[in-house]
Structure formats: structure tokens, C-alpha cells
Design a protein around this ligand. Structure first.
Ligand code: GSH
Length: 465
């Protein structure tokens, strides 16, 4: 049976294992564990590594975690591995163990903590601690200094004066590579003074090419993503988007019937928004899009679309229910009371009455069933999922109604009202920003109404809806 290697390429020790296997021609299967989606806590992965961390391996019946232990095992178990990676010589081995043990509480500790408390924290939504960053930088710089003056002393190009790399070189260089995601000024300040370290990184890259570069590609992709996110935040003076997905918004003006243009029909033959194009991949239907985005973009926090099979199934259940209940009732009621006039569609009071029944029953079901339990969000959760976002955005449509209608319909559902507020709060400032147009339209409709516009008025909305 092929060796199974469980990794995430944003993880430094994972990259060391992958490069080692590739350089030494070890036949293995790479199994990706997406840490951002918390797959390390899935019951299947917990069977592999009860600690819930990558890297880990399964070789036949043998399971192992901890990257240094894995590197040593691979070097011993696979006959094709050259001796310099983990020399047979007892003294050389002992020195390699010494570097590896030192690494845990020095270079690794400093580098991980610094990256987490500067650039990565923002992206992961973890509050940053400048004091922790300052302490981490001290340890990181002291560790680089120790590598420069102690582990790299002598004439060899690699650690311990060797002319060929060992597993220790691979482990430590992969750790330092994490600094690539930092702001340039931080990276230069930290790495700049250590010329020997810089040369050693280049030598390790060179000797493990092309695998080193290939395995690090993902890190550079994330770096690009983080920096784009940061500069978008700086230029718009707002926080990064909730999930930091880099995208271009293309407005399709429904009131100008742009959804039926040949160009848009190429994107969505159904002539409806929303739709997305991701490379060559086209997709319509908002729920399908939300699921796709949560799966395709690594920065999306797990709670939006949890990896847990049962939680996912429940989210699908809410989303499917939504189509023919809340959405059907709300859209029909708004169309047959307020929006129809503006769109030049005759209002149908009977349809409005039927829609109100379905809408109220749906809100009642949300109140008593989907929001039962102690969580602030649907399905008893304490963090929102794509289902919360979809349903709350639907209910927001009721904002355009006459106040008396809105109060009659929403008033009895206190839990629903609180849940709307919680969802707004969890997605601020984006929720308010994206809903601005809805409030503008509401104002416009109400002005139009008080100016005495009758039901046979031609459509006058200059909307961007
Ligand atoms: N000492 C371990 C460290 C492993 C580790 O920290 N893994 C991180 C990724 S770099 C992880 O899986 N984190 C996920 C978590 O702790 O939830 C090793 O060298 O393998």
C-alpha cells in the first residue's frame, strides 16, 4: 500500500515532508487537510492523528505524527534516501537531533507567533496582539542570529558544517519560508541582517529544486491574496471582506433588462442574478454559489459551511426549505404590494394575501424550529453559516414595505428580529454597505407613493438593483 501523507501546504512542517518525499523519489499519496476549514478535527482525520495536526503519515498499518519523527522514519524506512539526509554516523545523527529539538522552542515558536500576530491573524479573524508580536520578533531574531553564528559556523553550506543538506536543513528552511507572507519591510528588517542564513536558504532551494519551488507555490498564492486583501482594505478604508475573497462586482441592471443581454446569457442562460465566473467555471443559483465559494477559497472560516457532514446536511436542509417557503412568500408579498407598482406590474391583492400567509408561517417556523436552542444563529449555532446569510438577506427585502405591513409581519417574531441583528453584527461593515441600495430604493418608493403615484404609473425606478 502506498504511503499516505496528510498535509496542508500552508503548514511549514507539511512542506518539509512533501519536499523530502519528492526529492527522494518516495512513492506517496498526498492527502490535503484544509486547516482553514478545520478538517484536522474531522473524525476521519482524528483516526490518523488524534492531536488534530498536520503533517501525519500512514504507512501500511503504521501511523505517525510530528514532522521530525516522520522525517527520521522516512529516511530509515525508504532505502532510496541518500545518507546525508540522516547520516548513519551516530555523532552526526545526534547533532541533527540537537538542531531539531532546539528548533521547536526557538525558530519555530518565534516565526509562527510573529506571522500569526501580524499578517495571518487579520486574515483568520484572530485578534492580533502587538505585544506578542514584539516578543515573537525578539525570539525569531535571536534564533536567526544563533543559526547564523552557531549552527552555520564552519565552511560547509549547510547546518553543522555539512556540504549536503540533512532533514534539519529542510525543516528549518521551510519554517523561515513562512516569513514570505510578511510585509516587505518586516521581512527585510528581520532577515536582512543574516547574510549567511539568506545564502543557506538559497542553497537549500537549489539542491531540492524543482520540488522546493513547486511545494511552496501555494504559500506564494496566499501571500499574493493577503497583500491584495490588505491593500484593498487600506484604499477603501474598510475592513477586508468577511471572507477576504478577491472578486470583481459586475452590475447587471435588472430594471434595464440587462439580464437578457446576449453577453449575460453567456454567463447564465437562465437570465438571472447572481451568477459567478471563476476562471472557466460558470455557476448560477445563490446557494450553489455560496457552497462553491466556501469550498474553493481557502480563507473561508469553517462555520460558514462546516466540514462536518451532519452540520452540512442540516444547512442543505434549511437552504432547500427556504426556496419554497420564506423566499416564495417574501418575494411574492413584496412584488404584490410595493415593488409591482414601480415595475409596472399590476398588483394582485389576493396573491398578496396568500403570500403573506406563507411568509408569516415561514417566519414562525424559523422562530420556533430553525432558531430553537441556545445559539444565536440557525441550527443552534453560535456562528453564522451560509444559511443565515441567505435567509436574513431575504428578510431584509421587507424593508421596502410600508411600515404598518412590516410591523404586522415581523413584529410577532422576536427571535427572528434578534437573529437579523446578530447576522448584521457578524458581517459588519459589509452587511450595511451592501444593503445601502435597498434603503435608497425604499426611500424612492415611499417618496413616489406620497407624491400620489397611482398603480398605473409607468416604471420610473432608476434602480441599480
Ligand atoms: N510539532 C509539530 C507541529 C505541527 C503543527 O503545528 N501543525 C499545524 C500546522 S503547521 C496544525 O496542524 N495546526 C492545526 C491545529 O493545531 O488546529 C510538527 O512538527 O509536526
Amino acid at each position: 500500500m502506498k504511503l499516505k501523507v496528510y498535509v496542508y501546504r500552508l503548514s511549514q512542517p507539511s512542506r518539509a515532508i512533501l519536499i523530502f518525499c519528492k526529492v527522494n523519489g518516495i512513492d506517496f499519496e498526498e492527502i490535503k487537510i484544509e486547516l482553514m476549514k478545520r478538517q484536522q478535527f474531522s473524525p476521519e482525520f482524528k483516526e490518523v492523528n488524534a492531536m488534530g495536526q498536520v503533517p501525519a503519515i500512514v504507512d501500511g498499518k503504521f501511523k505517525l505524527f510530528e514532522s521530525h519523527a516522520i522525517l527520521i522514519y522516512l529516511a530509515c524506512a525508504f532505502p532510496g534516501v541518500a545518507d546525508h539526509w540522516y547520516p548513519n554516523d551516530l555523532f552526526k545523527r545526534a547533532k541533527i537531533h540537537s538542531v531539531l529539538d532546539w528548533h521547536h522552542s526557538n525558530l519555530r515558536f518565534g516565526a509562527t507567533k510573529f506571522v500569526q500576530n501580524t499578517i495571518l491573524g487579520t486574515a483568520l479573524g484572530i485578534p492580533m496582539n502587538p505585544q506578542a508580536a514584539a516578543e515573537a520578533e525578539k525570539l525569531l531574531s535571536a534564533s536567526l542570529q544563533k543559526i547564523e553564528s552557531f549552527w552555520l559556523k564552519g565552511n560547509g553550506r549547510f547546518l553543522l558544517g555539512s556540504n549536503q543538506p540533512s532533514i534539519a536543513d529542510l525543516s528549518l528552511v521551510c519554517e523561515i519560508m513562512q516569513l514570505e507572507v510578511l510585509d516587505e519591510k518586516d521581512r527585510i528588517r528581520i532577515l536582512g541582517p543574516h547574510k549567511k542564513v539568506q545564502q543557506w536558504i538559497e542553497d537549500t532551494k537549489l539542491i531540492t529544486r524543482p520540488h522546493f519551488d513547486e511545494v511552496h507555490k501555494f504559500l506564494f498564492k496566499i501571500k499574493e491574496h493577503l497583500h491584495k486583501q490588505q491593500s484593498a482594505g487600506a484604499s477603501s478604508d474598510t475592513k477586508p471582506t468577511v471572507n477576504g475573497i478577491d472578486f470583481e462586482e459586475i452590475k447587471i441592471e435588472l430594471l434595464k433588462r440587462q439580464q437578457f443581454s446576449p453577453e449575460f446569457k453567456e454567463v447564465n442562460a437562465m437570465g438571472k442574478v447572481p451568477a459567478i465566473v471563476d476562471g472557466k467555471f460558470k455557476l448560477f443559483e445563490s446557494h450553489a454559489i455560496l457552497i462553491y465559494l466556501a469550498c474553493a477559497f481557502p480563507g473561508v472560516a469553517d462555520h460558514w459551511y462546516p466540514n462536518d457532514l451532519f452540520k452540512r446536511a442540516k444547512i442543505h436542509s434549511v437552504l432547500d426549505w427556504h426556496h419554497s417557503n420564506l423566499r416564495f412568500g417574501a418575494a411574492k408579498f413584496v412584488l404584490n404590494t410595493k415593488l409591482g407598482t414601480a415595475l409596472g406590474i399590476p398588483l394582485n391583492p389576493q396573491a398578496a394575501a396568500e403570500a403573506e400567509k406563507l411568509l408569516s408561517a415561514s417566519l414562525q417556523k424559523i422562530e420556533s424550529f430553525w432558531l430553537k436552542g441556545n445559539g444565536r444563529f440557525l441550527l443552534g449555532s453560535n456562528q453564522p453559516s451560509i444559511a443565515d446569510l441567505s435567509l436574513v438577506c431575504e428578510i431584509m427585502q421587507l424593508e421596502v414595505l410600508d411600515e404598518k405591513d412590516r410591523i404586522r409581519i415581523l413584529g410577532p417574531h422576536k427571535k427572528v428580529q434578534q437573529w437579523i441583528e446578530d447576522t448584521k453584527l457578524a458581517t459588519r461593515p459589509h452587511f450595511d454597505e451592501v444593503h445601502k441600495i435597498l434603503f435608497k430604493i425604499k426611500e424612492h418608493l415611499h417618496k413616489q407613493q406620497s407624491a400620489g403615484a397611482s398603480s398605473d404609473t409607468k416604471p420610473t425606478l432608476q434602480s441599480k438593483m
